[in-house]
Write a protein that binds this ligand. Sequence first.
Ligand code: PLP
Length: 426
Amino acid sequence: MSSYKIDTKCVQSGYEPANGEPRVLPIVQSTTYKYSDVDHVGDLFDLKADGHMYSRISNPTLACVEAKIADMEGGVGAMLVSSGQSASLLSILNITSAGQNFISMSSIYGGTINLFAVTLQRLGIEVRFVTPDMTDEEIEAKIDENTRLFFGETVANPALVVFDIERYANLAHKHGIPLIVDNTFATPVLCRPFEHGADIVVHSTTKYMDGHATVVGGVIVDSGKFDWEGSDKYPEMNEPDESYHGVIYTKQFGNAMAYITKVRVQLLRDLGCTMAALPAFILNLGLETLAVRMEKHCSNALAVAKYLQNHPKIDWVSYPSLPGDSQYELAQKYLPDGCCGVISFGVKGGREASVRLMDSLKLAAIVVHVADARTSALHPASATHRQLTDEQLIAAGVRPELVRFSVGIENPADIIADLEQALEQV
Ligand SMILES: *Cc1c(COP(=O)(O)O)cnc(C)c1O
């Protein structure tokens, strides 16, 4: 980990050109690599030599972006994948098998709820949802000898519930399991979950990290801190991997690098949800300006939230950095510089009024996306969260009238003027 501040890391980490090499990260558009002798290839396959074998597993362009993100989060290693969904999936499959279970906070991204409650269920991995209002005792009652991890989202999309990382990290560690945090909305600019006890971080890089709505991607980051070696729950870390003629990940790579090495050489190899070099290059351009953009997203969002809070036609506003918000105390603890650019609100008159407002917006576009430079709006109950039952909607913190408003980096006066004219139509 470098000792630079986060905004310096955004620009400088990961790629260090040698004398005469390109100043800008090169796009290595090659699936394959050339070697001078057969033995070297053998050593690569035995994981005894460092280097690239095949771009399904690793690529020099991706390696630089991975090193940058690992440095930004304060981790020992990272692995890019083709989407945020793949990042969540692989982060769990890496340490969980059929017949086992895991704990997840219920206020998380709708796509993650489907993945956990339907698809992983079909693979024999059971999710046990918990809510922020549950006591430690109530949560602990859901943990048994087959529980392998705890999952939560720093700032839940779209419920905007702040995850009490320290509390749940302590709870997870008390039961000898790691805490995995989806840090998509906060980004490492606003919150670094490892500093609060999380063990693994995942991101949908599709959102702020790219920041321009150009490439779908995901990343898994490992703190290197979880003690796999000292646990009997994770034989896949401590016993020979038959698919790698007997490699023991904690032995060959050390406890700190075992998780992130295994997820690459075993799961990325087998499942192939690889990011390509060009998307990685584009993602890196986004990362270079991430710190600047997050500051603007946060100040704009706070201005919009304050405007809406005082508007007579607005029923409620939710934005964790807004004084008086139910999440304000947690946001001050984990996200003191701002919590993201996304706010949610309901218009008086319920679902219909919220939809009418959205249809009247001009600058803000209706898109099934969130967290990029352009202001946009979404009605989750009829879009991203359409597949959820009413019960799941409420558990995910998504009211039927909720408008998810993703505040961009335009001039805040223009964003507010757009809301003003749209509210006049309601
Ligand atoms: C969008 C999103 C995902 C899924 O990421 P994709 O890149 O769309 O696959 C996961 N978690 C959160 C918090 C998200 O916002």
